[in-house]
Design a protein around this ligand. Structure first.
Ligand SMILES: Nc1ncnc2c1ncn2[C@@H]1O[C@H](COP(=O)(O)OP(=O)(O)O)[C@@H](O)[C@H]1O
Ligand SMILES: O=C(O)C1=C[C@@H](OP(=O)(O)O)[C@@H](O)[C@H](O)C1
Ligand SMILES: [Mg+2]
Length: 171
């Protein structure tokens, strides 16, 4: 089966969207992000979907968005941090070049604080981020072929580390 050249998973703020774009440039391919697909399909921001329709509805949209992207997209694909919660999604990712970007709570929360609000981090972000990471870490490691630290690295450095981890460098 073909499929995306790279799939990025990991917690909120680790840089999946930012690094994914850079990686696609490096590889001369296109970039896709399931959150952006959901926003385009619904015409709503992620935070609006959470508030108006609830998290279970968002997870259903996400499940569908991941399926479509994995089936259609040959380039670099970034998933939302919670996509791996779905068992069917984890099964779908088996055998794909999935990279788990990881980092500690301090830097992640510093980064998300500067970005558009993530509904799950609106209240008590440090504690929430830690709890989510604790719950999801086994899923990230289950689906990932490689794990790359994004701690204290520039997006360029992380992109380089992903290329190394997947041995995607052209000779
Ligand atoms: N390596 C990095 N160093 C500093 N800031 C970063 C880095 N990677 C991403 N960022 C910033 O952190 C925020 C979250 O990045 P984003 O790519 O949206 O993460 P994710 O998609 O994993 O939630 C953005 O403001 C982005 O510009
Ligand atoms: O971890 C999560 O549950 C979420 C992560 C977000 O994407 P990023 O991981 O790209 O921030 C977005 O899908 C939504 O806010 C929920
Ligand atoms: Mg993202």
């Amino acid at each position: 089966m073909s499929g995306p050249a790279v799939v990025l998973v990991g917690p909120m703020g680790v840089g999946k969207t930012t690094v994914g774009r850079l990686l696609a440039e490096r590889l001369g391919t296109t970039f896709r992000d399931t959150d952006a697909d959901i926003v385009a399909a619904t015409g709503k921001e992620i935070s609006e979907i959470f508030i108006e329709d609830g998290e279970p509805h968002f997870r259903e949209l996400e499940r569908q968005a991941v399926r479509e992207a994995v089936a259609d997209h040959p380039g670099v694909l970034a998933l939302g941090g919670g996509a791996v919660l779905d068992e069917g999604t984890r099964a779908l990712l088996a055998g794909l070049p999935v990279v788990f970007l990881e980092m500690g709570v301090a830097e992640a929360v510093r980064r998300t604080g500067l970005d558009t609000p993530r509904p799950l981090l609106m209240i008590n972000p440090r504690q929430r981020w830690r709890e989510l990471m604790e719950q999801r870490r086994p899923y990230y490691t289950e689906v990932a072929r490689a794990q790359v630290s994004a701690e204290g690295r520039t997006p360029d450095e992380v992109a380089e580390a992903v290329l190394d981890a997947l041995e995607l460098r052209k000779a």
